[in-house]
Design a protein around this ligand. Structure first.
Ligand SMILES: Cc1cc2nc3c(=O)[nH]c(=O)nc-3n(C[C@H](O)[C@H](O)[C@H](O)COP(=O)(O)O)c2cc1C
Length: 192
């Protein structure tokens, strides 16, 4: 498959089977991530791979944190809401947390570190597509939660750019029909 075909074929896949990708497959995704463009060559990414019980443990941290947020104004069916949060990371056998570090050099911009990690995440998604894996980039409130970051060994200033859910597809892919480039592009100085 050409890169162009892989890009067009890639879809977020929300439902995955219980089959666990091999360590080698996960390492290939991570290696792809580390080839992403990054300004000043600071390689501002860190990855945390969650599998097995680690997913449930972090899910509990996420649910506890949500419970604290909801404490003042608990919704109806709060227990169901918390159970959903607790089980979120169990939707795939592996979850890769992609983190952007804070700049440590004066010439490095925080936003550019985040952009570089976003590029690294896309590299993972495209490589996963080529390997026949199912991948899904997710964030949600948990990505910005200091308790979640602390459990992962991160500082509050680190940015969780993605929870990349990784597994094997349990559902067929739907077609994507992006808005035509004519509606998204301004051509300046182009002569033809
Ligand atoms: C920064 C970012 C955060 C995202 N967070 C979520 C999320 O929390 N939940 C979710 O279902 N999808 C999330 N997505 C995936 C998008 O929903 C998905 O890319 C979009 O629907 C387009 O579908 P496609 O990836 O199959 O083209 C996120 C994507 C990005 C780039």
């Amino acid at each position: 498959m050409s890169v162009f075909e892989t890009i067009k074929n890639r879809r977020s896949t929300g439902k995955m089977t219980a089959q666990v990708p091999t360590r080698q497959q996960v390492e290939q995704l991570l290696e792809a991530a580390t080839h992403a463009p990054n300004h000043h060559k600071v390689e501002p990414w860190q990855f945390i791979v969650l599998a097995g019980n680690a997913r449930a443990e972090l899910g509990q941290v996420m649910a506890d944190s949500l419970a604290r947020r909801l404490a003042e104004n608990p919704p109806e069916k709060a227990e169901a809401v918390l159970a959903k949060e607790r089980n979120k990371l169990l939707r795939s056998p592996v979850v890769i947390v992609a983190v952007a570090e804070q700049p440590t050099q004066a010439n490095v911009l925080e936003i550019e570190n985040i952009e570089a990690v976003a590029a690294a995440v896309e590299n993972m998604l495209l490589t996963g597509e080529e390997m026949g894996l199912a991948c899904m980039w997710r964030t949600g409130d948990a990505a910005y939660d200091p308790h979640v970051k602390r459990w992962l060994g991160l500082t509050p200033e680190d940015h969780i750019v993605a929870f990349v859910y990784v597994g094997f597809p349990a559902i067929p892919k739907l077609e994507r029909h992006p808005t035509a480039i004519a509606n998204k592009t301004t051509w300046l100085g182009w002569q033809e």
